[in-house]
Design a protein around this ligand. Structure first.
Ligand SMILES: Nc1ncnc2c1ncn2[C@@H]1O[C@H](COP(=O)(O)OP(=O)(O)OP(=O)(O)O)[C@@H](O)[C@H]1O
Ligand SMILES: [Mg+2]
Length: 275
């Protein structure tokens, strides 16, 4: 039987693997406003699979706003977001997930009161049991899916070194362990591209290294990542490509070494310091 927890493949997938690798997730001339403020002011961006793409820039550059647009959290005022070549602009996060694009979410108070394992299980894609007729007509399918979800959850907990905390309440985890759990939860959706907004913020250096090791290992298995991050050492060490934002626009892109040496980028950071 086909498990319902299988890869979040794109039903419209017609693109070749090469085209996917070129640009699985793209944002084209995106504008996002808060009232009169243009938080994103014509930003373009792309992220391939099998690569870690960093989105960097000074405070207030619009990184989180663009991140929220490409993860389906905010609807842009204009511009286009494509997944695997198909226009998905303004689609909500759960739809973006179905097409292979997921993001992490901070553990809420409600989740903190659940065990680590249950946190993983509720993160699984839409359950058959949630659909009443499905549960009544095919209870064995529900049970099979629950078993598959638990197996997947245990595999991920093992991978992230969280197995011994399986039955602890998520609220009892340290800050760093929570970050690992947030990432493990997002992987229950089997995304092809995972978006992380400041994954290292508030994480101790040892755990930060561990977290990035996981990201690199998953990248080597073919997943794509978009990383919004202020820790430049980390960005330069692990990212394959860097896009730089300033004043709502994407102002440079290239390898870490290229953007580091780009006068436009240096100017943007220095300019921001003067503010
Ligand atoms: N919810 C909001 N309501 C109003 N203005 C907002 C909101 N979120 C962000 N902004 C404004 O939009 C602009 C871009 O903010 P954004 O958070 O996207 O920047 P950022 O690059 O993520 O910054 P940081 O590095 O500090 O996280 C800023 O001027 C910010 O004040
Ligand atoms: Mg931000």
């Amino acid at each position: 039987m086909k498990a319902d927890t299988e890869l979040a493949t794109d039903p419209d997938a017609g693109a070749t693997a090469a085209a996917e690798a070129e640009a699985f997730l793209t944002a084209d001339d995106v504008v996002m406003t808060f009232g009169g403020l243009r938080a994103v002011d014509g930003a373009s961006f792309d992220a391939p699979l099998g690569r870690i793409t960093a989105l960097i820039g000074p405070n207030g550059a619009g990184k989180t706003s663009l991140f929220n647009v490409i993860s389906g959290f905010y609807r842009p005022r204009s511009g286009v977001v494509r997944v695997n070549g198909v226009d998905r602009t303004g689609k909500p996060p759960h739809v973006m997930c179905r097409h292979g694009v997921a993001r992490t979410f901070q553990l809420t108070k409600a989740l903190a009161r659940m065990t680590v394992l249950d946190n993983m299980r509720v993160a699984a894609p839409r359950q058959v049991g949630e659909i009443m007729f499905g549960a009544m007509l095919a209870p064995w399918r529900v049970r099979a899916q629950e078993r598959a979800n638990t197996t997947r959850a245990d595999e991920l907990l093992e991978r992230f070194g969280l197995t011994r905390l399986r039955d602890s309440y998520a609220g009892e985890l340290s800050g760093g362990q929570r970050k690992l759990l947030e990432m493990a939860r997002a992987l229950m959706l089997r995304p092809r591209m995972l978006l992380l907004d400041e994954p290292l913020a508030g994480v101790n250096p040892t755990l930060g290294v561990q977290l990035l090791d996981h990201v690199q290992a998953l990248r080597d298995e073919g997943m794509g990542f978009v990383l919004v991050e202020h820790d430049m050492d980390a960005v330069m060490r692990v990212c394959d490509a860097v896009t730089v934002m300033a004043n709502g626009r994407t102002i440079a892109r290239g390898t870490p070494a290229e953007v580091q040496a780009d006068p436009v980028v240096i100017e943007a950071y220095l300019g921001a310091e003067d503010d």
